[in-house]
Ligand binder design. Structure first.
Ligand code: ADP
Ligand code: MG
Length: 324
């Protein structure tokens, strides 16, 4: 059997099954590992790779954008736990023919994404790579004990919410790959793809509310990411597809090129908005901007997006399977 048969999540499950579950910590399966500390705080840790040819094409992304994105997608996992980032580690495997200007611009982007949250760079590793650029970032964070909003916390009757419009990033990527002409709308979508904003402030505010139950960031697409919450919590969901927020730029660009905005919003990843569930009375007084897209139901086996016309395999991204 090949890894493509197993799929990304099958492989992670296979790895998990080989090791004893941690006794006191939250391990594999959430946006961050959570390690209880003695002082009423919890430490958060997460790591993510960006590999040339898989996550980006060297000629399509500027080094500044790559540096920004490397830091931002990791910080987003701390946001998803409702934590405060405390530091990052940056490991680089680089072809030796890259220029010093390239790395300087990369570091400018990395620093710019870290600066709003005062996150120091604590260390890392550096090595040569035969041809491809490989980047690994580890992010550390902290939260008061019990704040971590795990994927397993969703409760029947909860509303399902997202903090912002979906599909922009996937549309930006499509625009890059298809080489479409870049007007202001297309550029806005491309910026959402290359310069995602980690929702740290929103995550902190949401996690401070006890009625916000499960939370994660949308990295693979809501189709697959929401499924993680449902699986972990043992519940089902009813989604109102028409309530999924779409930006004006996405709507206009999709109309122009005949793209399906819903397919991009549901199946496309890398929006890095927060997906959360909360008690419906609490939702009415939430100060964080958000959109209600459905509610948590008892566990069910039917398709999550029955009226979207999307095939199940197009719901979200799996690195070991082909296409979206
Ligand atoms: P995210 O998209 O939030 O970064 P992933 O989908 O990459 O999360 O990973 C899902 C979960 O599986 C996380 O808890 C992550 O720590 C864990 N995981 C992924 N790859 C591995 C691995 N090779 N070994 C152990 N745990 C892993
Ligand atoms: Mg995540």
């Amino acid at each position: 059997m090949k890894l493509s048969d197993l799929g990304e999540f099958g492989l992670i499950e296979r790895i998990r099954a080989r090791f004893p579950a941690p006794q006191r910590a939250v391990g594999i399966g959430d946006d961050c590992a959570v390690l209880p500390q003695r002082d009423g705080q919890e430490s958060l840790v997460s790591t993510d790779m960006l590999i040339e040819g898989t996550h980006f094409l060297r000629d399509d992304i500027t080094p500044y954008q790559l540096g920004w994105k490397s830091a931002a997608v990791n910080l987003s996992d701390i946001a998803a736990m409702g934590g405060n980032p405390t530091g990052t580690l940056l490991s680089l495997a680089l072809p030796v023919d890259l220029t010093v200007e390239w790395i300087d611009a990369f570091l400018d982007g990395y620093a710019a994404a870290s600066a709003p949250f005062d996150v120091p760079l604590l260390g890392g590793d550096t090595t040569a790579s035969p041809d491809r650029i490989c980047i690994n970032v580890t992010v550390l964070g902290e939260a008061p004990s019990g704040r971590g909003r795990l994927r397993s916390n969703a409760m029947e009757g909860d509303l399902i919410c997202v903090t912002g419009p979906l599909g922009d990033s996937a549309a930006g990527l499509k625009a890059i790959l298809e080489g479409v002409e870049r007007d202001a709308d297309v550029q806005a979508l491309i910026d959402r793809h290359y310069l995602p904003k980690p929702r740290i402030k929103e995550g902190l505010e949401l996690a401070a509310n006890h009625q916000v139950h499960a939370m994660m960031d949308i990295s693979d697409g809501i189709g697959s990411d929401l499924q993680h919450i449902l699986d972990a919590s043992g519940v089902g969901a009813e989604i109102k597809v028409d309530d999924i927020p779409l930006s004006l730029a996405l709507k206009r660009v999709c109309k122009r090129f005949g793209w399906d905005p819903l397919a991009l919003a549901i199946g496309g990843g890398e929006d890095y908005e927060l997906l959360f569930t909360c008690n419906r009375y609490a939702e009415m007084v939430l100060t964080v901007p958000h959109f209600v897209i459905g509610r948590i139901t008892p566990r069910q086996s039917g398709p999550l997006f029955p009226h979207s016309g999307l095939a199940p395999e197009s719901l979200g991204f799996d690195h070991f399977k082909k296409g979206r």
